[in-house]
Design a protein around this ligand. Structure first.
Ligand SMILES: [Fe+2]
Length: 542
């Protein structure tokens, strides 16, 4: 029966298909199509790795039956599946196809050519011998499709590593398929797909981080623009224009009023006094949001900006769900940014606002010198102000604290980026340079009259209560209280943002590390205030 079918198929010119009935090529071909459809093996962080899983199958097929024409049937399946997937995703179709077809052609003809010069060499040995040529040509093809400005050294490394991964994997899957047949193929497929998904999730995390950094930088630019607005109306108009694409979406703010009304509702072009009765919905705490919030018949999602629940931003219209789709850390940054900038607009002196705007821009510059500290200064400022408020500092002092915390690492502008981003231990000389940043920062700000307190805080934010800090080795009460606040906030943020995600355990371990140094490095009153703030957050998260 099988022979008859094979005969019919060969009669109509499909000899290549007929051959598959007799050997283990069927499981391999199924496996290959599956691999092409689920998408290659994007190991580590490069999309170039995606070809590797298919490489595994192409190599397996050639090792198995170098001379069998049915190999080309299986390869056709791989390429067709891959082309289909690439067409759907619309990415790099031509680079993929040219690499695939060239590779197959080379695998077919290069070993034969090699055998002409070295007669009697086994097929499999010939394939392995021509692999270096294959790798070289693949690097050339990829380079030809490479976007301008991409890194050629990285690309060559990626292609090489993908072969190093592909060769043992192909030999393994080959052994499984030849020994176990279809069950072996299923097992190999499961293992390789799992491997592929692992690679993909790593890849996605990388892409997400890059995107996050880009978005945070654009948020900092937004901060500068927001702070320069001369009224709350202008503030809301700028925010609306930046966050929303749809003209039907709008942003309003609701703040507690000290006048004859309970609340003030601000919109880009007007403001109303509102009584409690015209508001319907739960006021969210800082960083939280509540849907179905209604104020003066305006329906939307409310974002809380203060722990006291007396300030919210109301998003309405078709894009009001923007908050739900925002990753947690981005939302956190947005809340900090809006909190700082709204308060800055409230300050009547335009010069002060411009100063804050410039401060944020400078802090952004200092942060961007170090890969790991994006958004660090604004977060430290947010936490410092919360600490300051819970320690009952006056509004004037909170404002000083805010500026000092935003600018605390400004001295890093004077440190070469190569030292700031260096992995591993610093030499003594390098450490001295890094430890000069509080002095440098103070020097940068010291020229501004009226910012003497800010200058002192910046200079002393790395001092320790036991006198072992730098640059002056001050003890206990000699260290400005607000500098001690910045020190705690700085350490807390450095530990929690050391991970690519925020979790309760990260904040727990940061708190644990800070507790250990209470009394020797940190002020116990400030640590208690931090504990209180964090336990409030945990309660409100539960
Ligand atoms: Fe610092």
């Amino acid at each position: 029966m099988i022979d008859q079918i094979a005969g019919i198929l060969s009669n109509i010119g499909l000899e290549t298909v007929a051959g598959t009935v007799q050997d283990s090529l069927i499981p391999l071909a199924i496996l290959a199509i599956g691999s092409a459809l689920t998408g290659g093996l994007p190991l580590l962080t490069s999309p170039l790795f995606e070809f590797s899983l298919n490489k595994v199958f192409i190599l397996s097929l050639f090792f198995l039956h170098p001379q069998n024409p049915t190999v080309y049937f299986a390869l056709g399946s791989i390429l067709a599946g891959a082309a289909l997937r690439r067409m759907i995703s619309g990415r790099e179709f031509w680079r993929y196809m040219v690499t695939g077809i060239t590779m197959v052609a080379l695998l077919k003809y290069a070993p034969a050519l090699y055998q002409r010069f070295q007669p009697g060499v086994q097929d499999q040995v010939a394939i392995v011998s021509v692999l270096p040529v294959l790798i070289f040509i693949e690097i050339i093809i990829n380079a030809a499709f490479l976007k301008k400005g991409s890194d050629f050294t990285m690309l060559s490394g990626v292609v090489l590593i993908s072969y190093i991964a592909a060769i043992p994997l192909s030999i393994m899957s080959l052994i499984m398929v030849t020994n176990e047949g279809i069950p072996g193929a299923v097992l190999a497929f499961a293992g390789l797909t799992g491997f592929s998904f692992l690679g993909r999730s790593i890849n996605r995390k990388h892409v997400w981080n890059t995107q996050r950094i880009r978005e945070i930088s654009s948020q900092d630019r937004l901060a500068t623009r927001l702070m320069e607005s001369s009224s709350y109306g202008e503030f809301l108009a700028i925010l609306q224009g930046n966050l929303f694409k749809h003209s039907g979406s709008s942003i309003r703010a609701l703040t507690k009023s000290s006048g004859s009304f309970d609340w003030v509702l601000w919109s880009p072009d007007e403001q109303f006094g509102l009584d409690e009765s015209s508001i319907n919905g739960t006021f969210p705490a800082k960083g939280e949001f509540t849907g179905n919030f209604i104020a003066n018949n305006i329906y939307g999602t409310a974002l809380g900006l203060s722990e006291a629940r007396d300030m919210i931003i109301l998003f309405s219209g078709p894009e009001q769900n923007i908050l739900q789709s925002m990753p947690g850390s981005l939302l956190e940054n947005l809340v900090l940014l809006l909190d700082h900038t709204w308060e800055a607009v409230g300050h009547s002196l335009r010069s002060e606002r411009s100063f804050l705007a410039a401060a944020v821009t400078l802090a952004r510059l200092a942060d961007s010198k170090d890969d790991y500290t994006h958004g660090h200064s604004l977060r430290v400022a947010g936490l410092s102000c919360s600490l300051g408020r819970s320690l009952h500092l006056s509004p004037e002092n909170i404002q000083i604290l805010r500026v000092a915390a935003i600018l605390h690492d400004i001295g890093k502008l004077a440190i070469p980026a190569a030292i700031l981003t260096k992995r591993g231990l610093l030499t003594r000389k390098e450490r001295e340079i890094v430890e000069a940043h509080p002095v440098e920062g103070a020097r940068i700000v010291s020229g501004l009259s009226g910012y003497e307190e800010v200058t002192r805080i910046i200079r002393s934010h790395h001092e320790r209560l036991d006198g072992k800090g730098y640059p002056d080795g001050l003890c206990n009460g000699d260290i400005p209280f607000m500098a001690r606040i910045v020190a705690v906030a700085d350490t807390y943020d450095a530990i929690t943002s050391d991970r690519s995600y925020h979790s309760i355990s990260a904040s727990e371990s940061a708190l644990e590390a800070i507790r250990k140094e209470t009394g020797s490095k940190f002020d116990s009153r400030i640590v208690s205030a931090l504990e209180a703030i964090l336990s409030n957050e945990t309660v409100s998260m539960a």
